[in-house]
Design a protein around this ligand. Structure first.
Ligand code: S3P
Length: 187
């Protein structure tokens, strides 16, 4: 199915695939994703929320009671289901794009957007809440910095990279829409 979305500057953005936001914890995937979906008049889903709904307990509880491997398994099942759902904006958990099967399904079925953020920004945002199991123990800065080293080369495989430090969320959303328009023009 091909959807014609009327943009505010009245240039049409044809989206036939989901837009998947990837990036580290604190990159702004959920907030930006929700706003992007509203601008594009598309549904918004957050894969972490879908996992919580499917499991009937929080992400922290899934990690604590069942372990990370079970969480990753659930994440894969949820992501593969969401990716078959047609045009929508999907915010992923920070580890989702690191999974080869999820990554190849995203490549096949969606347009991926990496929200790239610097350590300071990530630290500032993750410090506001304390619900993330990977950041519960140890030094948050050291953990995020290690994850940046491990994951940024893989996130760089996304179709589009957007600087999430470029300004307020509205600016980041504008930059994503511009990049999607460019991509549509050259598709
Ligand atoms: C994770 C990120 C979290 C969540 C889980 C694991 C990760 O999502 O999926 O705690 O491996 O980076 P957010 O990126 O939305 O915080």
């Amino acid at each position: 199915m091909r959807i014609q979305v009327k943009m505010s500057d009245s240039s049409p953005l044809p989206l036939s695939r989901p837009v998947v936001l990837v990036g580290l914890m604190g990159a702004g995937k959920s907030t930006v994703g929700r706003r992007l979906a509203a601008q594009l008049a598309l549904p918004f889903v957050d894969s972490d929320n879908e996992i919580v709904e499917a499991a009937g307990c929080s992400i922290a509880d899934i990690f604590e009671i069942y372990g990370e491997a079970i969480f990753r398994d659930l994440e894969q099942r949820v992501m593969l289901r969401l990716l078959s759902g047609g045009p929508q904006v999907i915010a992923t958990g920070g580890g989702a794009f690191m999974s080869p099967p999820i990554r190849s399904a995203i490549r096949e079925k969606a347009i991926s957007v990496w929200l790239k953020a610097g350590l300071e920004t990530l630290l500032d945002r993750v410090s506001r809440r304390d619900h993330r199991p990977l950041l519960k123990s140890g030094d948050k800065s050291a953990t995020l910095s290690r994850l940046m080293d491990e994951r940024y080369p893989v996130y760089a495989e996304a179709d589009i990279t957007i600087d999430s430090n470029a300004g307020p969320h509205e600016t980041v959303v504008e930059h994503i829409i511009e990049a999607l328009q460019q991509k549509a023009l050259h598709a």
